[in-house]
Design a binder for this molecule. Structure first.
Ligand code: SAM
Length: 288
């Protein structure tokens, strides 16, 4: 089978179907075989694996996934790409193409139906405009997952790996690190895509923890606390929680909790690690 990652082949397919790239769908197709090889290697795809691909485009990454995996489920929103995919991937009998918005798909149901509820691997060159809802949706809806290996905007990859007191550290860093261990696979320049995006990109692998690294009494409360802390990141925690209605924590309760844990009353959320947020959250829940 001729590889779709060859830029000439991509141009041929685009011309044949008179395909117009849709900016609103974040369509930047991969045209570099070495990048695709890196993604497949980092995801450690084997013939035992069921892989979910989000946004197959014309099928460039899908094709290589199908070569390595047992089954590929590819969810594509753009109906104009469906006849293209049926053509480019017609020779593979282990690819299921679903024409839907990934944010509206019941992924748990797909995993149950096509992989008997066993953990899947997610691999994608993501549409950047919905990176966070896709990743958080996968984790928060407790989809059985082994790992998520994805191309994202370079700054987002950085944010996912960052720790306390760094500029990019925030709610996304903490949420990702609560569910998974991040590993930066490679930085990818714009010339590896057609059309070229106007931002840098990176491949990141998020390996789901078998056991969560911190003990949290009330997960929902901890994430509300984290959101409140970073919504107003220049404010002290005492002031930030005071403005967050959903927490129902007074300034006095926060001051008492900080005091109990030996923290300064002027502490900011950006100074706390995941473990420290978990401890603070547990202390606040206990004192409610
Ligand atoms: N995988 C292809 C590649 O690497 O060449 C295409 C990647 S492109 C960055 C993102 C793909 O996601 C596009 O095909 C786009 O149409 C699709 N897409 C965008 N929003 C989507 C959504 N909500 N659900 C499913 N697919 C989506």
């Amino acid at each position: 089978m001729e590889k779709l990652s060859n830029p000439q082949k991509t141009i041929e397919v685009i011309k044949k179907y008179q395909f117009n790239f849709q900016k609103k769908f974040g369509q930047n197709f991969l045209i570099d075989e070495r990048v695709i090889d890196k993604i497949i290697a980092a995801a450690e795809i084997t013939k035992e694996d069921c892989v979910l691909e989000i946004g197959p485009g014309i099928g460039t990454l899908t094709q290589m996934l199908a070569e390595h995996a047992k089954q590929v489920i590819a969810v594509e929103i753009d109906k104009n790409l469906i006849p293209v995919l049926e053509d480019t991937l017609g020779n593979y009998d282990n690819i299921l193409i679903i024409n839907q918005d990934i944010l509206k798909v019941d992924i748990n149901e797909l995993v149950e139906k096509y992989n008997g509820g066993k953990p899947i691997k997610v691999v994608a060159n993501l549409p950047y405009y919905i990176t966070t809802p896709i990743i958080m949706g996968l984790f928060e809806s407790h989809v059985p997952l082994e790992s998520v290996t994805v191309m994202v905007q370079k700054e987002v990859a950085q944010r996912m790996q960052e720790g306390p007191n760094c500029k990019e550290y925030g709610a996304l860093s903490l949420a990702v690190q609560y569910y998974a261990k991040p590993y930066l696979v490679a930085n990818v320049p714009p010339n590896c895509f057609m059309p070229r995006p106007n931002v840098g990109s990176a491949v990141i692998r998020l390996t789901r923890w078998e056991q969560c690294p911190v003990q949290v009494e009330d997960e929902k409360f901890m994430f509300a606390l984290i959101r409140a802390a970073f919504n107003q990141r220049r404010k002290t925690l005492v002031n930030a929680v005071n403005n967050a209605k959903e927490l129902e924590i007074t300034k006095e309760q926060m001051t008492a909790a900080l005091n109990e844990l030996g923290y300064s009353p002027t502490l900011r959320g950006e100074a706390l690690s995941l473990q420290e947020f978990a401890t603070l959250s547990n202390t606040l829940v206990k004192g409610k």
